[in-house]
Design a protein around this ligand. Structure first.
Ligand code: DNO
Length: 355
């Protein structure tokens, strides 16, 4: 296992690389360039990022959120141009040592919450929270406005302003689209990019729908083991993999997360892991918990054991942390609770190894 940390770059992330390096057992980053969907990530900017990370004594083999343009997902004529840009980006990233690209194929929204700072009554910390009942009152435009307001001025992954400016038009383009049609567009994308990945030694890792069910009537096709079985068959290749996010899949208690890890781990189809815990509060109602098993409803030991047994060389990162110790930061992506999460996951790993 390679323990990594999501970092937004020195311009956008208040956490200095030297702090990340000081987390015990931290080997590298899941990094990103904050670029709009559809553009080519240029070699110079990738090189600058990689050099900066290497200078801090960390690796950068995983890149997150090379976002797929909505025209690709909706199958519009401009998709070929955007796919070509994606291919150029894959080639540029491979040139600088990137091995895995984490992306998603969710229509319009990436992850979705109804509150970014819900106080946890037990200890006064706060975390990301979702209650489907609140969505009914808000609607898509309202939730976007609220999320932007609550983000303390930080850009949030998947909530890029230029994407959201087109929200109404984009939502219309999905009207009536079935999951099968979305999968057809997905196949068109994979058929074009996966051969390039094979050629340059990169694996694409698809992040699950978060939360793990359809929202606002949009088609969503990546929130269960069955969904991912279909995705993998769309273009069967070792380069077509899953970014197995335990908190996203685990938001739906019907997903047996350790079993899903074993299923895809045994097939060598896990490109990267996001590991975090979830506390169920009711039907389609949850909040994010500390990583420790007893603070939530996922069995983190069983999760780490499944990784250990089936995909021990994969990249892992602690996922969203709570806000603790009065830290002010990007919701889900502060330093303290994610560092505690990494230390805990490394502790579980050591115990499993020594058993
Ligand atoms: C949320 C993240 C996601 C993930 C993207 C990848 O916190 O895990 O935004 O990076 O879905 O495209």
């Amino acid at each position: 296992m390679k323990m990594t940390f999501r970092w937004y770059g020195s311009q956008a992330d208040p956490i200095p690389l030297k702090y990340i390096k000081q987390i015990p057992g931290m080997t590298g980053l899941m990094g990103l360039l904050d670029r709009p969907a559809g553009v080519v990530w240029e070699p110079e900017e990738i090189k600058a990022l990689v050099d900066e990370v290497h200078e801090a004594g960390l690796e950068l083999e995983v890149i997150e959120s090379v976002n797929v343009h909505e025209d690709i997902k909706t199958g519009l004529p401009a998709r070929d141009e955007y796919i070509q840009n994606y291919i150029d980006t894959i080639r540029n990233l491979a040139r600088y040592g990137i091995k895995v690209i984490v992306y998603n194929f969710m229509p319009v929204f990436d992850w979705l919450r109804t509150d970014l700072a819900r106080v946890i009554p037990e200890d006064g910390s706060n975390s990301l929270y979702f209650d489907e009942k609140d969505l009914g009152q808000m609607g898509p435009l309202e939730i976007v406005r609220k999320t932007a307001e609550d983000s303390h001025g930080f850009t949030l992954p998947g909530w890029e302003p230029e994407r959201l400016a087109l929200l109404e038009t984009t939502l219309k383009q999905y009207e009536g689209m079935t999951p099968d049609t979305l999968r057809k567009h997905y196949k068109y994308f994979l058929d074009a990019v996966i051969p390039v990945c094979e050629e340059v030694g990169v694996r694409m890792a698809c992040h699950p729908d978060d939360p793990a069910w359809p929202i606002f009537g949009l088609p969503r096709i990546a929130h269960s083991q069955e969904d991912y079985d279909k995705i993998i068959k769309l273009h069967d290749s070792p380069a077509n993999t899953v970014c197995l996010c335990t908190g996203s899949l685990g938001s739906n208690p019907e997903n047996d997360v350790p079993a899903v890890i074993r299923h895809f781990g045994e097939m060598d189809r896990i490109g990267a892991m996001h590991v975090r815990n979830v506390k169920y509060l009711g039907y389609h109602h949850f909040r994010e918990a500390a990583h420790l098993s007893s603070t939530g409803d996922l069995d983190m030991y069983a999760i780490m054991k499944a990784i250990h047994d089936t995909c021990p060389d994969t990249y892992v990162r602690p996922d969203h942390g709570r806000m603790i110790w009065d830290e002010q930061g990007r919701p889900g992506y502060g330093l303290y609770d994610r560092a505690l999460g990494a230390a805990y996951l490394n502790g579980l790993w050591e115990a499993i190894e020594k058993q």
